[in-house]
Design a protein around this ligand. Structure first.
Ligand SMILES: [Zn+2]
Ligand SMILES: [Zn+2]
Ligand SMILES: [Zn+2]
Length: 499
């Protein structure tokens, strides 16, 4: 427990960075070289410049900043002038196990984007908060009974006189109370009864199911507003931000914020048509989901076509402001939903294989994706969609984006990244010139479209490589990123405990 006003213990000399690799003399030879040749501070400066990125992209080249109106060259820059002689750029990876630092930036931007679409801010008008908004979860259907965490209850209890076995002789009951992290969660009760092929096919077609769901929802909305579908855009629009989250069985759920706006041409968050509240919108979602299907072609001559759909369990909750609750069935706050989505967005299928955990059902799903791609290659022409499944084995056949949004849901990730770069440039200018930073309309200027830019950067860059020089440098980057996160958490804690 930290007291308000106390110092952050992590910067104490008694709190060394947590990087076991640095205790191995063989691994730190490179770092010792840096001390010897005097490049250690160049390394730490570069590390700070990429915000502790674990695998920065290395680029060589030069660029010039040109005044768009006059053509005057305002500034020029070459990678040779940099401390390590090449330009290091953050990798920008969204996955926490690949780059803790960049995935945090990604999560923060995702949070900002989603939150702005819920409550306004970041150039999104605050009236957006008046429009009906839902937090919707669309699930995968069942492809056979699986073990699962049932919040303290037994997995699949059956009375002694009601215990049957499948045709493979395996029990169709399970009396265990699986913990939340039990690697058995998501595994089929019988791997031979479980339809893993259909599960992989479902995952492959999940993005198309989502697309058809949005079409079905628009159709129902037009009907509800008693206007032809072709004219819906003149009255209303559906905006959403969604993320895909892997469940323990290896299939994704879609979590989405769905908002009803007025016509898209009136801008993000334009007033929704009167007479339709969040509950009415939730009814439309609940009606739309069961109507959505995709008929998947057979993978080869020995296969059959499948009608794929979402699971019957549809959760469409109305988001309200002003409440804070941890009741899973209670109303949600904008901060909570933005937090959920931002957290899901940095996870991927690799999280299903925890430390030292063996999950045969995940391996089976992976193998199935691989086999389906091979079968399709023998049967279909080379351009067929199914053959690409082999490239998505690592994602267990899910080829969609993990986070997507409709065009007018909120500010874009690109605009947030550009704003950060602009802020850094302004900040550096202020430091260099000694002129104070002009904060008037700062956010609007930072988030302004490219078209309003008065200067342009023209450069020529070539890719040199990815990552730091050795494992020890990467370990230092990860340890520094961890410490930076602890510091932010400590600061937030101070903020909460200081009245
Ligand atoms: Zn990175
Ligand atoms: Zn079980
Ligand atoms: Zn069986």
């Amino acid at each position: 427990m930290t007291r308000p006003g106390s110092a952050f213990a992590g910067y104490d000399e008694n709190a060394p960075l947590d990087a076991p690799v640095l205790a191995d003399p063989a691994q730190v030879v490179g770092l010792l070289d840096r001390f010897r040749d005097g490049s250690m501070s160049d390394f730490t400066d570069t590390l700070a410049a990429v915000h502790n990125c674990a695998r920065p992209i290395r680029l060589a080249g030069s660029s010039q900043t040109v005044d768009v109106a006059t053509g005057e060259v305002l500034d020029s820059f070459s990678s040779e002038s940099l401390p390590l002689g090449v330009l290091h750029r953050p990798c920008g990876n969204r996955r926490a196990h690949i780059c803790p630092a960049c995935s945090r930036t990604y999560a923060r931007d995702t949070f900002a984007l989603i939150h702005a679409g819920v409550a306004g801010g970041k150039s999104v008008p605050e009236v957006v908060a008046d429009n009906p908004l839902l937090f919707v979860t669309l699930t995968a259907p069942s492809f056979g009974h699986v073990h699962g965490h049932r919040k303290g209850r037994a997995c699949r209890p059956r009375r002694a006189d009601d215990r049957t076995r499948c045709l493979h002789g395996r029990p169709l009951w399970c009396s265990l109370r699986h913990g939340e992290d039990d690697p058995a969660n998501g595994a089929p009760l019988c791997p031979d009864c479980h339809d893993t092929t259909s599960a992989a096919m479902w995952q492959w077609h999940a993005p198309e199911l989502w697309r058809r769901f949005t079409i079905a929802l628009r159709r129902l909305l037009a009907h509800r507003l008693t206007i032809p579908e072709s004219r819906l855009g003149e009255v209303a629009s559906i905006q959403y931000a969604k993320v895909a989250e892997y469940q323990s069985r290896g299939l994704i759920h879609f979590h989405a914020l769905i908002r009803l706006d007025g016509p898209a041409r009136d801008g993000i968050g334009s007033p929704a048509p009167a007479g339709l509240d969040g509950h009415a919108l939730a009814d439309l979602v609940t009606q739309a989901v069961p109507t959505v299907t995709v008929t998947a072609e057979p993978v080869d001559a020995s296969d059959e076509s499948r009608v794929l759909a979402f699971g019957s369990q549809v959760d469409a909750r109305v988001v309200r402001d002003g409440f804070r609750t941890d009741d899973p069935d209670g109303p949600l706050t904008p901060g909570q939903v933005a937090g959920y989505l931002a957290k899901y967005a940095t996870k991927d299928a690799s999280g299903l294989h925890g430390e030292g955990q063996r999950r045969p059902h995940i391996t089976a799903l992976r193998r199935t994706c691989h086999d389906l791609a091979e079968r399709a290659a023998r049967h279909h022409d080379p351009a067929h969609d199914y053959q690409r499944m082999g490239k998505w084995v690592r994602c267990l056949g899910f080829r969609g984006h993990f986070g997507t949004k409709s065009r007018r849901y909120s500010v874009t990730l690109g605009a947030l990244r550009r704003a950060r770069a602009r802020w850094q440039a302004l900040h550096a200018d202020a430091v260099r010139t000694g002129q104070p930073l002009d904060t008037r309309d700062l956010e609007a200027r930072l988030l302004a479209d490219d078209a309003e830019e008065t200067t342009q950067v023209i450069g020529s860059w070539s890719y040199v490589g990815t990552g730091w020089r050795d494992n020890a440098e990467e370990a230092l980057a990860i340890a520094a990123a961890t410490r930076a996160r602890e510091y932010d958490q400590w600061k937030a804690e101070q903020h909460r405990t200081t009245p």
